[in-house]
Every structure is written in C-alpha cells, then in structure tokens.
Design a protein around this ligand. Structure first.
Ligand code: APR
Length: 252
C-alpha cells in the first residue's frame, strides 16, 4: 500500500490542477452512515419512498418524519474527519483547486475547504415552497411537521431529491472543474448515481489521472481508476496529503 500511496502522491505533487469528487463514504468516519452497502440508509428505507421529490410533495410530513428530522439532527452534531482535513491540506499546498461533493452535510466547509461545489445541494437550509424564503434547518428540527414558513408555505430542505435537476450553477461549476483538472481524486462514492458518476469518466477522457479512495471496489475501479487506494478514507487521505507535501518540499 505504501508504494501505491507514494506513486499516487507523486501524481498529485506533479499536477497543475487537482480536484476531488466526494461521496457519503468520506463522512462515514464522522458518524454519518452511507446510503448503500453495509449499514447503508437505503437498506433500511426505500429511497423512492423518502428521497424522491414526488414522495415529498405527496406527503411532506412523512418525509420530514422518516428522513429529514433524524438526518438533520445527525448532521448538526457531526464533525469533519481526517479525510476532510486531508483535502484541506492539499488545498493549502496549492494543489487542490476544488471539491465537487455529493454530500449535503457541509463537512468540507466546516473543515476549512474554500471551494466546494454542493452538487446535491445542502441540508444546512430549508426553503418555502410558496414564497421561497430560506432559513436554517435547525429552526425546523423540532415541532409541528411539516414545518411551515410564516407565510404558511411548507418548508423543504435545500438538498436535491431524486427526480430533481442538479442546480445549474453547481452543474456548470463542476463541468468547468472536470474539464481543466489533470488529477481527480474520487473519495468515498459508489459511483452509481448520475450525473455525478459520469464526472470521473469525463475527466479521464480529458486525459486526467484518476485516483480512487474507497473501502471497496466500485464500477470505476477496474475501468477508469489509475490508482485504487483501498481502505478507510481518513487514513488514506492523511497519508496522501503528507506524502505529496514531502515530495513538494524536497522537490522530488
Ligand atoms: N472510507 C472510504 N470509503 C468508504 C468508507 C470509508 N470509511 N465507508 C464507506 N465507503 C464507501 C463505500 O464502499 C461506497 O462505495 O463509500 C461509498 C458510499 O456509497 P453511497 O452510500 O452510494 O454514497 P454516494 O456514492 O455518495 O451516493 C450518491 O446517492 O443516495 C444518493 O443523493 C445521495 O449523494 C448521494 C448519492
């Protein structure tokens, strides 16, 4: 593994522009369960029942009760882990230029990352379906469900539900980052949900080197990824950032 970390770190140290695509796996060591695989949220509840916009519009109180309230409490107390910090370190080294995250937990920003594209929106705020006023979700995690705006409209979390479009600004920012990177780190994603899962493929087509960090193999591992670093993201990202920094400082 050490040799693989060294080789991947060399790619990062020699790169002009490194970006990262992250998924739920990067926040597992912060106590937030993934969606798929062992202990995944979608093993317990059907995503089409609680995470599709039609399900929310049909019965917002039910979706608030079954998904949003618990998730909201969990995210409110979660702290960034070594994997988030590893990406901050690469940004401080002047290597990492942006993070495209599928996560709605805000942990990259909490760790200190400054350029984060929230591709699936965020759980930090809610918006009124009627007057579109935004407010922090923490105002809505207790009390009547569904929580209502002062105007009487139903409040929805500012995440992207299944069946919804990716916000245009996030989509364009992600496309621009993918088009100009020469190394893409793919950390803790099952790479099964589109259009996010297409981005490593597009980066590869543009000639970028793909470095995957995951506990398990994914559809990318034997096709797109040039390096597959198998293990917990915290330890792997810490090692990668340290090795890349050492290479930078001794000019190797
Ligand atoms: N370190 C590294 N990888 C991990 C760890 C860990 N500690 N724990 C889990 N993983 C990996 C799993 O092996 C899996 O490949 O993280 C991945 C998590 O995959 P998913 O749960 O499918 O999460 P993600 O890829 O982000 O899902 C994409 O689907 O449900 C929707 O909108 C939701 O953004 C989400 C999207």
């Amino acid at each position: 593994m050490e040799a693989l970390i060294q080789q991947a770190a060399k790619e990062i140290a020699c790169a002009r522009n490194v970006i990262a695509l992250t998924g739920a796996g990067i926040s597992v060591e912060s106590g937030i369960p993934p969606f798929r695989g062992k202990g995944g949220l979608w093993e317990k509840i059907d995503p089409m029942e609680v995470a599709h916009i039609d399900a929310f519009m049909e019965d917002p109180a039910r979706v608030w009760r079954l998904l949003i309230q618990d998730m909201g409490h969990l995210l409110a107390s979660a702290q960034p882990n070594d994997a988030h910090q590893g990406l901050v370190a690469l940004e401080k080294q002047g290597r990492l230029t942006s993070i495209i995250t599928q996560n709605v937990d805000g942990l990259h920003q909490a760790a200190g990352s400054s350029r984060v594209v929230e591709f699936h929106g965020s759980f930090a705020t809610v918006s009124c379906l009627k007057c579109h006023t935004k407010q922090p979700i923490k105002n809505c995690l207790t009390g009547e469900l569904p929580p209502l705006c002062d105007c009487g409209g139903v409040l929805r979390p500012d995440c992207v539900f299944f069946g919804e479009m990716i916000p245009m600004n996030a989509f364009h920012a992600a496309q621009a980052a993918v088009a100009t990177c020469d190394v893409m780190l793919v950390v803790g994603t099952s790479a099964t949900v589109q259009p996010a899962a297409q981005m490593p493929v597009m980066a590869k087509q543009n000639g970028a080197v793909i470095i995957e960090v995951n506990l398990d193999s994914t559809p990318l591992s034997h096709s797109i990824s040039d390096y597959m670093i198998k293990g917990p993201a915290g330890n792997s990202m810490r090692q990668l950032a340290t090795a890349a920094n050492e290479m930078r400082s001794d000019g190797s």
